[in-house]
Design a protein around this ligand. Structure first.
Ligand SMILES: O=C(O)c1cc(C(=O)O)c2c(n1)C(=O)C(=O)c1cc(C(=O)O)[nH]c1-2
Length: 251
């Protein structure tokens, strides 16, 4: 019988997860470099915002899928606010509404954004792959797949300062979404990291959580590849996808 693999320590696992972020997170994608350094035009920023709406609007469905299969009441209590962070509750209109303030500010018609009609095929496939992954993999892998949020505050801070500095069509009102995430994401990521470190005990479980995080970096990366191909070079949006310069609805 071969010896079972020795698992990593909790700290070793955290280091391995952070390495995935350091080498694969979408802050490294050329599209983000262009976005944050002011090298995109308004239509290219619009393309990013309307595609990214698909991701935003799927997050509560993803989190509901996770909770639907979770027998642990404590975990459900901790996870629940992720849904209301995006959908809103009481006086808070929520993150999806704040995303629509961003697309409004870019002059995109709301109904058109919400319809997702102008989103690229790869955006829709990548986003749905994330929802499916969470519904179909183990709860531990589902939690681990959210761990890209460990690396999100850095990119949000870079985006706020970069976009405010470089684009005259960006102001404080439209970056409100990202300012709010600066508080929300670290709490969520710290909880998920602690959960993964406590529950991924065997080498096999640890490999599975590293794979889950890697998968998630691919979900994010694929969305930017699609944007780059369609709107930066060579500029061929798929049939039916939004095209720069075409007025839609009230835009
Ligand atoms: O702007 C970004 O780069 C970015 C990245 C991520 C992420 O790493 O998945 C999230 C967000 N933003 C975000 O705003 C957000 O609400 C969010 C939720 C989740 C998740 O997996 O549950 N990721 C992210």
């Amino acid at each position: 019988m071969p010896e079972p693999d020795a698992p990593l320590s909790a700290e070793g696992l955290e280091a391995a997860l952070r390495e995935v972020g350091a080498t694969r997170y979408h802050n490294l994608h050329p599209f983000h470099k262009l976005l944050h350094s002011g090298q995109l035009d308004r239509d290219q920023v619009r393309a990013w915002a309307l595609n990214r709406y698909c991701y935003q609007s799927a997050i509560p469905r993803k989190d509901a899928a996770l909770m639907a299969r979770c027998d642990d009441r404590e975990l459900r209590r901790e996870w629940l606010h992720r849904i209301t962070d995006h959908d809103g509750t009481g006086g808070d209109s929520g993150g999806i509404e704040r995303w629509l303030v961003l697309t409004d500010g870019l002059g995109l018609d709301r109904d058109y954004v919400v319809s997702k009609e102008g989103a690229l095929p790869a955006t829709k496939f990548a986003v749905e792959a994330y929802v499916r992954f969470v519904a179909e993999h183990s709860l531990l892998e589902a939690v681990a797949s959210s761990l890209t949020e460990l690396f999100a505050p850095g990119i949000h801070a870079e985006r706020i300062s970069g976009m405010l500095a470089h684009y005259d069509f960006i102001n404080e009102t439209v970056v409100a979404y990202f300012r709010r995430r600066l508080d929300q994401a670290p709490k969520d990521a710290d909880f998920a990291l602690d959960y993964v470190k406590r529950h991924a005990r065997t080498a096999e479980q640890q490999r599975a959580v590293i794979r889950a995080l890697t998968f998630k970096t691919e979900v994010l990366w694929a969305q930017l590849d699609a944007l780059y191909f369609a709107y930066v070079a060579p500029g061929w949006p798929a049939p039916g996808a939004w095209r720069p310069g075409v007025a839609v609805g009230g835009a």
